[in-house]
Design a protein around this ligand. Structure first.
Ligand SMILES: NC(=O)c1ccc[n+]([C@@H]2O[C@H](COP(=O)([O-])OP(=O)(O)OC[C@H]3O[C@@H](n4cnc5c(N)ncnc54)[C@H](OP(=O)(O)O)[C@@H]3O)[C@@H](O)[C@H]2O)c1
Length: 324
């Protein structure tokens, strides 16, 4: 089968397609015929330096998510040919992932996908919608009367959270560092677009003097302590992204760092369930949502797909299809 194997950490333009054997099915694992897969920031990180970490054994097929059909159901309840999505749990890190024509995956990471979407549209869903849905509706407990600030809103994840938040009628303030992308966020339904240029606090308080009720922090620890101050009393902030290239808070003093009467939480997409995936598919059906796709590539164009993500100009989910 054709696959994108990470032999050693490398630059985007060093990624190529190679031929490797189709994995042999084993109990507890199913074989998925991959039709398409989404590209994620974490794969850029694995490809560029995380691949050297002791918990990753190279060579490794990249890819934390994929969509396709069950090729061999092994000892699972899946049927051959059933449409599925798969994500996380070590995909593309502890075991081979979705950048391939076939993926051997633990049953726990594979979910039935009973929704009428093209393979490319479906490929934009598992990791991004699972993270967006969990961050908004589980962690932030988002309601229609909330005012939500999305920091890092032009990311694929940001645009999906914007879409989901607007679908239930919340008011959304969306940030970008780039003047050129302000229109994009307006087009995607943001009520207010704020430029994250060092004057964010002034812009935000001129709109909401008491702050906002909910914040989704996708820039992450780099801006988290500032963002917490933008919350109104009993507001909630969810730290889900690390776009600011900082994964941790050093010397963080929770007593002084978290303002009185606000709540800090986070979301980790490592534990998907069929129940949650069904809720997401129902929500997409109910509100007739279309996943915001940036561009669709072939497997041979994998280097271009990674370069587009690195350019920060994708403005939506990057999808790769396995069909020629
Ligand atoms: N917690 C979890 O389980 C989980 C799951 C999935 C994703 N994530 C994280 O969520 C984030 C979004 O992922 P994605 O794949 O949707 O990203 P993406 O589409 O590649 O994000 C691109 C956007 O990132 C922004 N950006 C890039 N560098 C930045 C910086 N230094 N500071 C501020 N903004 C920056 C740019 O916005 P502007 O140029 O417009 O400012 C750009 O439009 C990532 O950090 C990812 O690791 C976390």
């Amino acid at each position: 089968m054709r696959a994108i194997v990470l032999e050693r950490t490398c630059k985007a333009n060093e990624l190529t397609v190679t031929n490797v054997p189709v994995p042999k099915v084993k109990p507890g694992w199913v074989l998925v015929k991959v039709k398409a897969f989404g590209i994620n920031r974490s794969e850029i990180i694995t490809r560029s330096y995380e691949g050297d970490a002791p918990y990753i054994q190279l060579p490794r097929i990249l890819g934390i998510e994929c969509v396709g059909e069950i090729a061999d159901s092994s000892n699972s309840n899946f049927k051959k040919g059933q449409r599925v999505v798969a994500l996380m749990g070590g995909m593309g890190r502890s075991f081979d992932g979705g950048y391939a024509e076939y993926a051997l995956l633990p049953i726990s990471q594979v979910f039935a996908a009973d929704i009428d979407l093209s393979w490319e549209e479906l490929a934009a869903i598992p990791e991004t919608y699972f993270t967006a849905y969990g961050s908004l509706f589980d962690c932030l407990q988002l309601k229609s009367n909330d005012t939500l600030l999305i920091r890092g809103a032009t990311s694929a994840l940001g645009l999906v959270t914007l879409q989901l938040a607007k679908s239930i009628g919340s008011t959304v303030l969306a940030t970008t560092r780039s003047l050129n992308k302000m229109n994009l966020l307006k087009k995607h339904g943001a009520d207010f677009v704020l430029l994250d240029d060092g004057t964010l606090s002034k812009q935000l308080y001129s709109l909401y003097t008491d702050g906002v009720s909910k914040i989704l922090e996708l820039v992450g620890p780099a801006t988290l302590e500032q963002s917490m101050k933008f919350l109104s009393h009993h507001g909630i902030i969810c730290s889900t992204g690390i776009l600011g290239n900082k994964g941790t808070l050093e010397n963080f003093d929770p007593i002084k760092g978290i303002p009185n009467g606000v709540y800090l939480c986070s979301f980790f997409s490592n534990y998907p369930t069929q129940e949650q995936m069904n809720k997401i598919f129902n929500h997409i059906r109910q509100y007739r949502l279309k996943p915001p796709i940036s561009k669709i590539f072939s497997m041979d164009e994998i280097a271009d797909a990674h370069l587009l993500m690195e350019s920060n100009m994708a403005n939506g989910k990057i999808v790769v299809t396995t069909t020629e």
